[in-house]
Design a protein around this ligand. Structure first.
Ligand SMILES: CC(C)(COP(=O)(O)OP(=O)(O)OC[C@H]1O[C@@H](n2cnc3c(N)ncnc32)[C@H](O)[C@@H]1OP(=O)(O)O)[C@@H](O)C(=O)NCCC(=O)NCCS
Length: 165
């Protein structure tokens, strides 16, 4: 019998690079938030797929805060990895850093947490492999993801309650 491989957050890591083009920007020359959100969702979905080996749909996106604008001609470095796994869901952390190609300066633009659910051929949630965090940083992210999941599910419950009132 072959032992299944331990999967760490690093096994799902995604490094994606985008150049901010004029078509991505508003009249101030700064990238649209929605464009960055699309890049974040793509990087997150790739990390979830790498971990689960299934197509994974976005179930929720936590509150987002844009820390600093990214301007036309700058480079967006998008890092994503699975922080935590449940039965069928996965939390993916995505960090976007801008890069000024003239100075080489890197600056934090955004950190986002998204939940993906792996689905089968019938588009039903399917069990994902367990994640094994190993480094102190991975363990810290895993533990924080557990807390975020609790508030996420509580928010979902409240929203459903409001809809049925
Ligand atoms: C995500 C989706 C597959 C979940 O289906 P469901 O029938 O609610 O499935 P379940 O209730 O069994 O939940 C499946 C998992 O998702 C998690 N989940 C569901 N809604 C969630 C939310 N809002 N936030 C975080 N996790 C959520 C559940 O906790 C569960 O996790 P677990 O298996 O790890 O314990 C379904 O709601 C869906 O297809 N949504 C649309 C997805 C989509 O189209 N996304 C693109 C953006 S439009």
């Amino acid at each position: 019998m072959t032992k299944s491989k331990i999967l760490t957050p690093r096994d799902s890591a995604v490094e994606m690079t985008q150049l901010v083009l004029p078509g991505d920007a508003n009249i101030l020359g700064a990238v649209f938030g929605g464009t960055v959100m699309a890049w974040v969702d793509i990087a997150g979905a790739i990390a979830a797929r790498r971990h689960s080996r299934h197509i994974s749909v976005t179930a929720s996106v936590d509150a987002l805060a844009f820390v600093s604008p990214m301007y036309v001609g700058h480079i967006a470095n998008i890092h994503a990895m699975v922080n935590w796994t449940g039965r069928t869901s996965m939390e993916v952390g995505v960090r976007v850093d801008g890069e000024d190609p003239d100075s080489g300066l890197h600056y934090h633009t955004l950190t986002a947490y998204l939940t993906y659910v792996a689905i089968d051929d019938n588009r039903k949630p399917v069990v994902v492999p367990k994640l094994t965090p190993e480094t102190p940083e991975e363990i810290r992210r895993f533990e924080n993801a557990v807390k975020r999941r609790a508030s996420r599910l509580e928010l979902k419950k409240q929203l459903i309650q409001k809809e049925t009132e």
